[in-house]
Ligand binder design. Structure first.
Ligand code: FUB
Length: 683
């Protein structure tokens, strides 16, 4: 007996989006998933590229596997690679460098983990099946010196029944099954002498060999391998990759996943049908396991998703599976979405959708660089795609960033759960502005669009994208929380004070008034004086608004918001984004109340604003900042003013065209130091 050396002692956390395939840093195939200690353990085979130079006689472009890793996960999304548990040249009975460590299994019984694996025996041909044992599911495993007697073949699977009796199934001239002794390492029962099939044209005398167990009866004709047996209720299931139809006439030999049921662990079996149809891209093999975890059944299987040129380099995928009332299995459609919860703040690759309406198509973002992944086209109004299980608990004040392209101005929605569900965001794609202004022609170009969320689902929801107008192609989307520009709430009855540097953070802000300003070059003294002299709403120079109070300005009905900024500057653009009807081309009105215990003479109002601005103290003009300004601290300073004892009303208006409106306001003394000996009421 020999302990296998852990050649990789590093645990590797593989965090991925909850999408198929689940392991993306190496090829993994033939997945056996088992639940041990409330975690899912994944025991796949490990496809690798042929070594260079290849050992003599090695078949080109064939299966090539030298070792086994084990992975574990608690959410089926984040996998830990526990490293290599067994490697071919350290197993006493395995032919060195035979690269034949095919599909394994691992089960638990009476305090021990038993790992079953096939490989080429020393000096021999074909396959034998060996056992290794461990005290933990991730090893270290100790290999038995010899393979299991009488078991000649591949793809072992062990079922430990409720009474503790274990059964082993494998693939070798059909699918065979046998009882295991309680030591889990030997077959319990007589060996049978069976005749070996004669190859056509081979005139050598017929030969035979002693094999364990018996052929499973009641399975369909046609090539079968990879048995996976499990029990659910009082039904036993024998599931297996199966080539349906006659292959002798050159028909597609691609494997389905199929199953039979029985009331007894070794059959006879009754064939029930298909769990998963042939892979659409003709990846030759499929191999699988079914496991129940936290009340949900999952199908683990493989596909050559990360190696389209070579279907012997495969990757493990997972999809949900469910049963009919009579115990039969509902057919599973492979999805790129896979399983697991996607945090809303993790990028959602749209091509990994769960389901979509007819006509929705997937194509590479750039065929010259497949690593950029794929995107999805919604061809016309009414078409949709659904991406399951996104957790919105992390979104409190959200917006969505989405990468999309279209050939014409169009609109699409992000909805909750189905194509008619509540709208999370309505995304307008203006690839060409009606007047051809501001925007160069973006037809057919990728655009990254940011849209605030109208509605945030509670907890986990399915995200559905619906085309509301013309064709649109979407690559990815991502939900984010808006940085906190304003305090979520504050106690208006307690006056605020200026901050450390004297900046006034508490204001009443009116939602922006729409302005048709194409460029800020117009912000001359005359133009601004005329603009600020206009009446935009009733009592505009006298109003002391309350939070939530509405005013009418032309066609717009606008509300006042009592806000306290998280920063020294007031991000008017973010305010507009959050509450306004437009972000660019806007006029903002701001009011605050400065309350002084005594007169404070010789102060100056110091303002920085992105966009031009005008300021009035107690109804008198204090300052005009003209031109296309950037927001710079104390950019404009008023003549000397007096803040009188009691209430002073400070009022301002910031106007901006295509800029990120912003302002910072304070009073400074003769020496330029901040004035701070007053309180701020704002309403
Ligand atoms: O991975 C090698 C072989 O391919 C497996 O043993 C078969 O089941 C098939 O998946």
């Amino acid at each position: 007996m020999r302990k296998t050396v852990l050649t990789s002692l590093l645990l590797m956390a593989l965090h991925g989006a909850a999408q198929n395939p689940v392991i993306r840093n190496q090829f993994t195939a033939d997945p056996t998933a088992r639940v041990f200690n409330n975690k899912v353990y994944l025991y796949p085979s490990h496809d690798i590229n042929e070594p260079d130079p290849a050992p003599e006689g090695m078949r080109k472009d064939w299966f090539c596997m030298a070792d086994y890793h084990v992975f574990s996960s608690e959410n089926l999304t984040d996998w830990t690679d526990h490293g290599i548990i067994i490697t071919q040249n350290e197993v006493p009975w395995v032919q060195p460098d035979s690269y034949s460590m095919w599909a394994p299994d691992c089960v638990y019984k009476d305090g021990k983990y038993y790992f079953y694996f096939p490989s080429t025996p020393k000096g021999g041909r074909g396959f034998a099946i060996g056992v290794a044992t461990a005290d933990n599911p991730e090893g270290p495993f100790t290999c038995e010196p010899e393979p299991i007697k009488g078991v000649s073949g591949i793809d072992p699977c062990v079922l430990v029944d409720d009474d503790g009796q274990a059964y082993i199934y494998w693939s070798g001239m059909g699918i065979r099954g046998a009882k295991l002794k309680s030591n889990m390492k030997e077959i319990d029962g007589e060996m049978q002498e069976i005749a070996l099939p004669q190859r056509p044209g081979n005139n050598a005398p017929a030969s035979s060999m002693k094999v364990a167990g018996h052929n499973m009866e009641g399975l369909p004709d046609g090539f079968k391998e990879g048995p996976f047996a499990f029990k659910r209720g009082d039904w036993y299931y024998l599931t297996f990759p199966w080539v349906r139809g006659d292959t002798s006439n050159g028909q597609n030999p691609t494997e389905t996943l199929a199953y039979s049921m029985s009331k007894s662990p070794l059959g006879p079996w009754e064939f029930k049908g298909i769990i998963m149809a042939e892979h659409a891209n003709k990846c030759w093999t499929n191999h699988h396991s079914l496991v129940e975890y936290k009340g949900q059944w999952y199908l683990f299987y493989h596909h050559n998703d990360l190696s389209l040129q070579n279907d012997k380099r495969r990757s493990v995928c997972i999809d949900k599976v469910s049963f009919n009332a009579d115990g039969t299995i509902k057919e599973v459609l492979p999805t790129m979405r896979g399983v697991g919860i996607n945090q809303a703040t993790e990028k959602i690759e749209i091509d990994r959708f769960s389901t979509a309406s007819v006509g929705v198509s997937t194509q590479y973002v750039d065929t010259a660089n497949c690593m950029l992944g794929s995107c999805v086209t919604l061809p016309s109004k009414g078409s949709w795609m659904k991406y399951n299980d996104v957790d919105f608990s992390c979104i409190t004040d959200g917006y969505v960033i989405i990468s999309a392209k279209a050939n014409a101005n169009t609109e699409f929605c992000i909805r909750e759960n189905n194509a008619k569900g509540k709208v999370l965001a309505r995304v307008k794609m203006t690839v060409l502005n009606e007047q051809g202004r501001f925007r160069r022609d973006m037809s057919g170009q990728w655009m990254t669009l940011t849209t605030p969320l109208e509605y945030t689902p509670k907890g986990v929801a399915n995200v559905v994208i619906t085309c509301e107008d013309k064709e649109v192609t979407v690559d990815w989307l991502l939900f984010k929380n808006r940085p906190k520009y304003f305090k979520p709430s504050f106690d208006a009855s307690t006056p605020a004070t200026p901050d450390e540097q004297g900046f006034i953070r508490r204001w009443l802000l009116l939602e922006p008034i729409k302005q048709d300003i194409r460029s800020n070059v117009v912000f001359t003294n005359t133009w601004l004086r005329e603009a600020f002299a206009k009446t935009y709403f009733k009592n505009q120079m006298d109003i002391l608004p309350k939070n939530g109070q509405k005013v009418k300005s032309g066609q717009q009905t606008l509300a006042w918001h009592a806000l306290e900024s998280e920063n020294y500057n007031i991000k008017l653009f973010r305010f507009a984004e959050r509450w306004g009807q437009q972000t660019y081309g806007s006029l903002f009105w701001a009011v605050t109340i400065i309350d002084c215990d005594e007169d404070i003479p010789n102060v100056r109002l110091a303002v920085g604003s992105n966009g031009a601005s005008m300021w009035w103290l107690n109804g008198e003009e204090a300052l005009l900042l003209e031109g296309d300004r950037r927001m710079v601290e104390d950019d404009g300073v008023s003549p000397r003013l007096t803040l009188k004892k009691g209430r002073n009303i400070l009022r301002g208006a910031v106007i901006n065209g295509p800029g990120l409106s912003d302002m910072c306001i304070r009073f400074i003394d003769e020496k330029g130091n901040p004035v701070k000996n007053y309180s701020i009421k704002a309403q």
